[in-house]
Design a protein around this ligand. Structure first.
Ligand SMILES: [Zn+2]
Ligand SMILES: [Zn+2]
Length: 155
């Protein structure tokens, strides 16, 4: 059994899991869309792609894939559990209007992340911390929503 993409098969098998049809479908969806889906959103998206999974199979495999570190599980700004194909440290830009979530990379090694750059007022205390994990949510308005708002304002 293998995914259509060798890359994805490799990602699964290198963690000692079998590349089953369900795991391939989940990983393909996340990889191709770069969305940060809830399980419910994933069910709909998989159905729309003609590659549906039952809810039990989906949950079971999301569990396996995230335990193995192949995908990341996190709680989004709306309080829902979401899944991310990007398992590297990164931040999220969140659009307040359409809810779109976009990855922003962390530059350089984590050891060099200096909170002081973000919070210069707290230089003393924060600067002395050793950062091991970093995840910021930056809320704003995405380019598409900005353009739509401008169009509506000028109409
Ligand atoms: Zn938006
Ligand atoms: Zn992400």
């Amino acid at each position: 059994m293998a995914c259509a993409s060798e890359l994805l098969t490799g990602k699964i098998e290198e963690k000692g899991l079998r590349a089953t049809e369900a795991r391939c479908r989940i990983l393909e969806l996340l990889h191709e869309t770069h969305e940060h889906f809830t399980p419910e959103e994933m069910l709909d998206a998989l159905r729309e792609r003609g590659k549906p999974l039952s809810i039990a199979t989906l949950y079971q495999n999301l569990q396996k894939l995230s335990e193995a570190g192949i995908i990341a599980r996190f709680v989004g700004p709306d309080g829902h559990t979401r899944y991310d194909v990007n398992t590297q440290p990164h931040h999220h830009l969140v659009c307040k209007i359409c809810g779109r979530m976009v990855d922003v990379g962390v530059k350089g090694p984590l050891a060099e992340v200096r909170p002081v750059a973000l919070f210069p007022d707290e230089e003393q205390e924060v600067g002395a911390w050793r950062v091991e994990e970093v995840h910021l949510e930056l809320h704003g308005v995405c380019p598409e929503c900005q353009a739509r708002i401008e169009r509506e304002a000028s109409a």
